[in-house]
Design a protein around this ligand. Structure first.
Ligand code: F0G
Length: 467
C-alpha cells in the first residue's frame, strides 16, 4: 500500500530527504510521500533521513532559531516548526499547528533533594496545547496526513496520543478515529478526544491489542496511522532536543531521563541529539535513560539481560523482545507490554550510554507527589522519571553533581482521580486475578483535605495544627 504525494521535501540541491529502513543489512529508501509505516521490503522500522549534509551553514542555525522566537508568524511561533531546517518539508508546505512546543524548564529543588542530587531540572512537555508531549509529533504527522491526502487519521492510544490526534485533526478538518482499551484510560483524556470531535472506539482488550489492529488497518488506503511507528511523528518529537539545548544555553546536560511506553519519545530524543551532534552543534550527547513501570517493563527486562561487553561494542543486538502479556500499572499512559519502537529506543540508549530500568508503583506515586511539591505537577507516567533518577542516583549511575533533566510528559490534570486517591489514601492496583489481593499504596506525602467548622476560630486552629 503506497501512494505518492504531490510534493517532495527538498531543502536545497543534493539528494532529497527520504524515508529509510534502519534494519541492519536492509537500508531500503522510500520517497517522502510514500504512505508506509514499516519498510515494505523487510518490515523493519523506518526513519526519515533529512540529508543533514544538504543543510547550508548549519553552525548559524541556533541564531536563526533564536531570532524566530520574536516573530509573530505561525511557522516561527510553533516550537516545532521553528526548527524547520531539520524537518522533511519545504517551507511553503501548509502546516497544521496549535503553537505546540515552547514548553518550560523548571528548577526542582525538592525533587533534587528527594533524589539526593545537587540540582535537577524538569522539562514540562505537559504544557503543550493538549497537555502532553504528543503535540510536538502530531503537528508534523497531521501536516503529512494532509499532504498525502488522507481521509481518516487513526491511532491506538492509552489516551494522550488520542487527545492530541483528535485536536490536530479537528484543526485540519480531517476525520479522526481512535482505538482505546475500554476502561483503561483516564476520564480526562477520554473527555478531550470527545470534545475535539473524534470517533472514539472503545475496545475490549489492552493497548497492545489496539495497536495490533491499527497496524492491520494501516493497510487500508483510506486510513492514515498517526502512532509513533509513523516516522513523521518522530520528526516532530525530536525537536524537543533542539528546544532543550537552546534552553540550556547549548550546554549539554549529563543525563536526560524519559518515561518509556511505546518507546517513540526516547527514539525521537535519540534522533534529535544525534542530528545535533552530526551537525556539530553539540560536542557530545547526554545519556538518555528510559524508565518503565515495573508491571509493564519489557525493555527494562531485556536491558538487564544484555551483556555489557556486547553493549560496549554496540553490535549483535537482540532481534526480538519478549512482550509482557498482561501489563499492569496505575500509570495507564505507559501500560504497554509490546512497545513498537523498542529497537530505535534501545539504539538511542546504547549510543548515549544510558540505562533502561523499572520502578515500582509506590515509587511512582511518591515521586509524583514530590513533583507536585515543587509546584510543577505531572501525570503518573511522567513521575517514573523522578523515581528512576532517584534509583539511578542511589546506584551511582548518576552522580550527585551531574546535570540532570527529567522529562515530564503529561499534565497533572490528565489523571486527577489518581491524585485524589493518593492523597485520600485510597490508591490501589487491582491484582491480575480476583483471588489475589489488590496492591494498596500508601501516600508517603499524603495531603488529605480536612473538614472544619465554618468559623474563624476553627480555621485558624486548623492552620496552627499544620505549622
Ligand atoms: N508519558 C505519557 C504521559 C504518555 O502518554 C506516554 C505514551 C508515555 C509517557 C510514553 O511515551 O510511548 O513514546 O514511550 N502514551 C501513548 C498514548 C502510548 O497512546 O498516549 P512513549
Amino acid at each position: 500500500m503506497t501512494r505518492q504525494s504531490p510534493q517532495a521535501g527538498e531543502k536545497s540541491p543534493g539528494k532529497p530527504a527520504a524515508q529509510r529502513c534502519i534494519a541492519p543489512g536492509c537500508g531500503a529508501s522510500f520517497g517522502l510521500g510514500e504512505r508506509i509505516y514499516v519498510c515494505s521490503r523487510c518490515g523493519g522500522p523506518l526513519e526519515i533521513d533529512c540529508r543533514l549534509e544538504n543543510i547550508p551553514a548549519a553552525k548559524s542555525l541556533p541564531e536563526v532559531w533564536r531570532d524566530r522566537g520574536a516573530s509573530p508568524h505561525p511557522r516561527d511561533r510553533s516550537g516545532v516548526w521553528r526548527y524547520r531546517e531539520l524537518l522533511p518539508f519545504d517551507d511553503s508546505a501548509p502546516i497544521v499547528t496549535l503553537f505546540e512546543g515552547n514548553t518550560p524548564v523548571y528548577d526542582a529543588p525538592r525533587c533534587a533533594a528527594y533524589c539526593a542530587l545537587a540540582e535537577l531540572r524538569l522539562k514540562h512537555l505537559g504544557m503543550n496545547p493538549t497537555a502532553s508531549f504528543k503535540d510536538t509529533g502530531m503537528t508534523v504527522a497531521v501536516t503529512q496526513a494532509v499532504r498525502v491526502g488522507a481521509q481518516t487519521a487513526m491511532c491506538a492510544s492509552t489516551g494522550n496520543t488520542a487527545a492530541s490526534l483528535a485536536a490536530y485533526s479537528a484543526r485540519a478538518n480531517l476525520q479522526c478515529a481512535i482505538l482505546l482499551p475500554r476502561g483503561q484510560i483516564s476520564s480526562a483524556k477520554l473527555a478531550q478526544s470527545l470534545d475535539y470531535g473524534a470517533i472514539v472506539l472503545e475496545l475490549e482488550g489492552n493497548f497492545d491489542d489496539c495497536m495490533r489492529l491499527i497496524r492491520e488497518l494501516g493497510d487500508d488506503p483510506s486510513i492514515y496511522v498517526a502512532n509513533s511507528i509513523n516516522p513523521y511523528r518522530i520528526e516532530g518529537q525530536k525537536t524537543v532536543a533542539f528546544e532543550l539545548m537552546e534552553q540550556c544555553g547549548w550546554q549539554v546536560p549529563d543525563h536526560v531521563v524519559v518515561p518509556g511506553g511505546n518507546m517513540g519519545n526516547s527514539s525521537a530524543l535519540g534522533k534529535g541529539f544525534s542530528e545535533l551532534l552530526r551537525l556539530g552543534l553539540i560536542e557530545r550527547q547526554p545519556q538518555i535513560s528510559v524508565i518503565q513501570a515495573e508491571g509493564a517493563a519489557p525493555l527494562a527486562h531485556l536491558f538487564a539481560k544484555l551483556d555489557p561487553a556486547q553493549i560496549a561494542e554496540g553490535k549483535e543486538l537482540p532481534e526480538t523482545l519478549e512482550p509482557v502479556a498482561a501489563p499492569q500499572t496505575l500509570a495507564t499512559a505507559i501500560k504497554i507490554g509490546s512497545p513498537v519502537s523498542w529497537k530505535k529506543a534501545l539504539r538511542a540508549v546504547l549510543e548515549s550510554r544510558g540505562q533502561i530500568i523499572s520502578v515500582s508503583e509506590q515509587q511512582i506515586a511518591d515521586a509524583k507527589a514530590m513533583v507536585g511539591r515543587d509546584g510543577v505537577g505531572c501525570e503518573p507516567a511522567s513521575a517514573t522519571t523522578i523515581a528512576g533518577i532517584r534509583k539511578l542516583a542511589a546506584t551511582g549511575h548518576i552522580r550527585r553533581t551531574d546535570s540532570v533533566v527529567a522529562f515530564l510528559t503529561g499534565h497533572l490534570l490528565k489523571d486527577a482521580d489518581y491524585v485524589s486517591h493518593y492523597h485520600r489514601g485510597t490508591l490501589s492496583l487491582a491484582a491480575e486475578t480476583e483471588s489475589e489481593p489488590a496492591q494498596e499504596l500508601t501516600g508517603a506525602f499524603r495531603n488529605a483535605s480536612e473538614r472544619v467548622a465554618a468559623t474563624k476560630v476553627a480555621i485558624l486552629d486548623a492552620l496552627q495544627r499544620r505549622k
